[in-house]
Design a protein around this ligand. Structure first.
Ligand code: SF4
Length: 333
């Protein structure tokens, strides 16, 4: 591991004034410490943000909820406001990682975790995300876990988070602060597709710190489902996941959200497809058409064509179970 200096600021402004391209903010460290031990990233300065006052979960004046960036994944999943008003988010969080990791990992850090592409972690191989311009061995190598949507010649990695798929479906807003001030980033714009610059996972500048995540007023407390398909029943990243949320009047859909995980460089949504569900009566044929449309642009690689069929079936099942109502427990697979 490369030597680094350690700082523990007591305010957000102090933290962002310490930050630059060669530094990293650290909170739970559940991904960053692994990356440092493997020399995938080598910051020369660590800025420990755990003393900052970013631990609250509070209702906003608009009826939504503001989540501090340092709230642990576990505390967020089990908080009464989240369990009762945003159960899709609780279900997604509890589908991820392990209890020990969820106790350590922060909400802000969850957004910033890096891809689990094998080549990214193996410093003996090229990787455009780790070393821009070096190549992407996943394109022609082992690519079973890689992207089928939104990828580029430069990178076919997927974003690994479960929490982020639910946050995308719920239209969360990311609050950030940097030396230029504060700004709010709609969740759909926070993470990037790889394009020619896969080394950049998101829209943050080097000095910008996530301070919180805002959820709009709830609308999907009753009809929701986070469905995660993975190789093991626990402690495995999604091959495909679906965050489905419906607002129903009888069996007619008033509003619909479908976000996909495990298939792209960011949580994947298609609002045009969601719009086709509105005003329609719930039916297997309707959900099958939506699934086909959501994956119409899929371009699988040699080893991950199974994700297309799997994704379609997962979308139909998640929407069907969401329509049936909130009978699933928080940790349903
Ligand atoms: Fe690197 Fe992306 Fe290619 Fe994986 S898919 S080897 S992360 S460039």
């Amino acid at each position: 591991m490369t030597p680094f200096s350690y700082h523990k600021p007591s305010s957000v402004s102090e933290a962002v004034n310490l930050a630059d391209q060669a530094s990293r903010f650290i909170a739970g460290g559940t991904n960053l410490v692994d990356l440092m031990k493997e020399n995938v990233v080598s910051p020369t300065r660590l800025i420990d943000i755990t003393a900052l006052a970013l631990n609250g979960i509070e209702q906003t004046s608009s009826g939504g909820v503001m989540i501090g960036a340092l709230v642990s994944n576990a505390d967020l999943a089990w908080h009464p406001l989240i369990e009762q008003r945003y159960p899709l988010l609780s279900q997604a969080i509890l589908a991820g990682a392990s209890p020990q990791l969820r106790n350590m990992a922060s909400t802000g850090g969850n957004l910033l975790q890096r891809t689990r592409c094998y080549y990214f972690y193996d410093t003996g191989t090229p990787c455009n995300k780790r070393e821009p311009g070096s190549g992407c061995p996943a394109r022609t190598g082992l690519n079973r876990i890689h992207a089928i949507l939104g990828a580029s010649d430069s990178c076919v990695a997927t974003h690994p988070s479960d929490m982020c798929v639910a946050l995308a479906a719920l239209d969360a807003v990311v609050h950030v602060e940097g030396r230029a001030g504060q700004r709010r980033i709609p969740f759909a714009e926070f993470h990037r597709l790889p394009g020619d610059t896969p080394e950049r996972d998101n829209q943050l500048s080097a000095d910008e710190l996530i301070t919180g995540i805002e959820l709009p007023p709830p609308a999907f407390e009753t009809h929701y489902r986070y469905l995660k398909i993975r190789d093991r029943a626990s402690y495995a990243f999604a091959l495909v996941s679906v965050a489905a949320a419906l607002k129903l009047d009888g069996d007619v859909i008033q509003d619909a959200r479908v976000a996909l995980g495990g298939v792209a460089h960011k949580p994947w949504r298609n609002e045009a497809v969601e719009a086709t569900l509105k005003g329609q009566a719930v039916s297997p044929a309707l959900f099958a058409r939506a699934a086909d449309a959501l994956l119409q642009q899929a371009t699988p690689l040699k080893h991950n064509a199974f994700k297309v069929a799997l994704g379609k079936r997962a979308i139909v099942r998640a929407l069907t179970e969401a329509a049936a109502g909130a009978s699933t427990c928080r940790t349903a697979p």
